[in-house]
Ligand binder design. Structure first.
Ligand SMILES: Cc1cc2nc3c(=O)[nH]c(=O)nc-3n(C[C@H](O)[C@H](O)[C@H](O)COP(=O)(O)OP(=O)(O)OC[C@H]3O[C@@H](n4cnc5c(N)ncnc54)[C@H](O)[C@@H]3O)c2cc1C
Length: 446
C-alpha cells in the first residue's frame, strides 16, 4: 500500500493531491534508494581521522536523484516562505516520517538539521545581503551550517544563562567565549555558524541581553577543540563540536535582526524545527517495528520450540508499539496543523506535546525491538543500537523534556485554574441543592 493510502483519517483533508504524489515518491526514494545506501555511506566515511574529512560520494549521487524527482527543501512551509517546495507542515510531516527511517535521506533531499532550522532563521530574519550570501547556497545544498547556543560552563536549557560575549568595536563585533554541542561543525562543508551570545549583559530585561550573529567557519580566533560523542558514536562527518572564540571579529552587518533580539530568533527557529525531529522520530520507530517483525518471524531462531511471534508477550510488544506510534503520529500532525493554521507561537502547547511524546514513544518501541534481537540488538549488526542512541538525545537536545513539560503545565494551570475551580464549585453547589431537594444529606463543601 503506498504511503498516501496510509495517511491518518483526521489528516487527509489537509493533504493536497500534489503532496500525496510527492509523499509516495518520498517513500519510494527512501525505501529503494536511501535505506540500501546507508551502509555504503558509513563505509565511505571511513576510519579514524579520515572520518572528519569525508564527503561520501553516495550523498551527492542521491542529492542529484532527489532533485530530479522534485524532492528538495520540502521542509520550508508554503504559508510562511516562498523559497521551499510549497508544502504545508502537515504535508511535510508525513514526508519527514519516511526521511527519518534512513541515515542519508534528510541530507539527500536537503531537509537535514540543523540546516533546516538555520535556513528558516535566514529566510525569516536575514537581511537581503545575508540571504544572498548564506541562504542561497544552503537552499542549493552547496554548504552546511551549525547553530551555536549551548555552552559548557552554564546550564544552557535556561538560555538567559548563555555567556558568550559579543562586544561592538567600531564597525565590528568581537566574540569571546565557548560553545559545545555545535552539531554539524565537524563537517568540512560547514561554512556558517549562527552564534547566540550577549551584546548587553547589563540590560534589565534578561530576554533582551542576547543577540545572534553570523560567523563564517574558520575565522581567525575560532578553535574546534574536539568532537563530542553520542553514547560512543562520533556522528562523523557531521559531529558535535566543542568550540572556542578568542577575539573573533565579524562586521556589524553580520548581526541578525537587531541587538537584543536573540530570544525572538531562537524561539522562531525552534518552532517547526522541534517537530521536524518528532516527525522523523516516528519514521525511526516504524523502522524498528519492521526489524521487530523480521526477528519474531525468523524460523531459524526459535525459543522453546516456537518462533518469538508465537509467544503472547512478544505479540503484545508489537501491539503496544503500533498503538504508541499511531498515537504519537497524531500528536505530531496535530502540532503541524496548528502551526499551519497560525504560527509556531500559537502552537506552543502542541509543539511541546510532540517534542516530548515522540522520542519517548519511539524509545520504548526501539527498546522492544532491541530486546527481541537479544545480544544482536545492542551491537552493530542491526540499526537499532544507533537509532536508540540518536533518539535518546532528543529528550535533551532543543531543550530537555523537563523544561517543555514545565512550560506546558504552567500554561495549562494558569489558563484553566480559575475556570475549573469555579465550575467544580458550582457543580458541587448544584449537586447539594439536588440532594437536599430530594431528601438526601448534602456532601461536604469543597
Ligand atoms: C545530540 C545533541 C545535539 C545538540 N545540538 C545542539 C546544537 O546544534 N546547538 C546547540 O546550541 N545545542 C545543541 N545541543 C545542546 C542541547 O540543546 C542542550 O544540551 C540542552 O538545551 C540542555 O542544556 P544543557 O546540556 O546545558 O543541560 P542543563 O541546562 O545543565 O540541564 C541539565 C538537566 O537539568 C534538568 N532541568 C533543566 N531545567 C529544568 C527544569 N526547569 N525543571 C526540572 N529539571 C530541569 C533536565 O533534566 C536537564 O537535562 C545538542 C545536544 C545534543 C545531546
Amino acid at each position: 500500500m503506498p504511503a498516501s493510502a496510509n495517511i491518518p483519517a483526521i489528516a487527509q483533508a489537509y493533504v493536497s493531491e500534489r503532496a500525496k504524489k510527492t509523499l509516495d515518491l518520498v517513500e519510494e526514494f527512501v525505501e529503494k534508494e536511501c535505506l540500501p545506501a546507508d551502509p555504503l555511506y558509513e563505509e565511505q566515511i571511513g576510519h579514524g581521522e579520515q572520518r572528519w574529512n569525508a564527503h561520501p560520494a553516495v550523498i551527492e549521487e542521491l542529492k542529484t536523484k532527489a532533485r530530479k524527482l522534485g524532492l528538495w527543501n520540502m521542509f520550508l512551509p508554503k504559508s510562511h516562505f516562498s523559497q521551499g517546495a510549497g508544502f504545508s507542515n502537515v504535508e511535510y510531516g508525513l514526508m519527514a516520517e519516511y526521511l527519518g527511517k534512513s541515515r542519508v535521506a534528510s541530507e539527500a533531499t536537503n531537509n537535514a538539521a540543523p540546516d533546516t532550522g538555520n535556513m528558516e532563521v535566514l529566510a525569516k530574519y536575514g537581511s537581503e545581503a545575508q540571504k544572498k550570501e548564506w541562504l542561497t547556497p544552503l537552499l542549493e545544498g552547496q554548504i552546511r551550517s551549525a547553530f551555536l547556543m549551548t555552552e559548557p560552563e552554564v546550564a544552557s536549557s535556561d538560555a538567559t544563562n548563555i555567556e558568550l560575549s559579543i562586544r561592538r568595536e567600531g564597525n565590528e563585533y568581537v566574540l569571546n567565549g565557548q560553545k559545545w554541542w555545535s552539531s554539524g561543525a565537524g563537517d568540512p562543508r560547514c561554512k556558517l555558524y549562527i552564534v547566540m551570545g550577549k551584546t548587553d549583559s547589563s540590560h534589565k530585561d534578561p530576554y533582551q541581553q542576547q543577540s545572534v550573529v553570523l560567523v563564517p567557519a574558520g575565522l581567525p580566533g575560532i578553535t574546534i577543540h574536539r568532537m563530542l560523542t553520542v553514547y560512543g558514536f562520533d556522528d562523523a562527518p557531521h559531529g558535535h563540536g566543542h568550540i572556542s572564540f578568542n577575539n573573533v571579529r565579524v562586521p556589524v552587518s553580520n548581526l541578525v535582526l537587531g541587538e537584543g533580539r536573540g530570544f525572538e530568533i531562537i524561539q522562531g527557529r525552534l518552532g517547526p524545527g522541534r517537530i521536524h525531529h518528532a516527525m522523523r522520530t516516528i519514521g525511526a520507530a516504524e523502522r524498528a517495528v519492521e526489524w521487530l517483525i523480521a526477528r519474531i518471524n525468523d524460523e531459524r531462531k526459535k525459543t522453546f520450540g516456537k518462533p518469538l511471534s508465537a509467544h503472547g508477550v512478544i505479540l503484545e510488544w508489537l501491539a503496544r508499539s503500533r498503538i504508541e506510534i499511531d498515537a504519537a503520529r497524531l500528536i505530531v500532525l496535530n502540532a503541524a496543523l496548528k502551526i499551519d493554521q497560525g504560527d509556531a507561537r500559537s502552537a506552543l502547547k502542541e509543539i511541546a506535546q510532540a517534542k516530548v511524546l515522540a522520542p519517548s514513544a519511539a524509545l520504548a518501541v526501539i527498546d522492544r525491538a532491541v530486546q527481541a534481537y537479544g545480544a544482536q540488538g545492542i551491537c552493530q549488526d542491526t540499526p537499532l543500537a544507533n537509532m536508540w542512541a540518536q533518539i535518546r538525545t532528543l529528550r535533551i537536545a532543543d531543550g530537555p523534556d523537563e523544561v517543555h513539560l514545565q512550560q506546558l503545565a504552567k500554561r495549562e494551570n494558569k489558563s484553566r485554574k480559575d475556570e475549573v475551580i469555579a465550575k467544580l464549585h458550582w457543580q458541587r453547589e448544584r449537586a447539594n441543592s439536588l440532594l437536599s431537594a430530594n431528601g438526601f444529606q448534602p456532601k461536604a463543601k469543597m
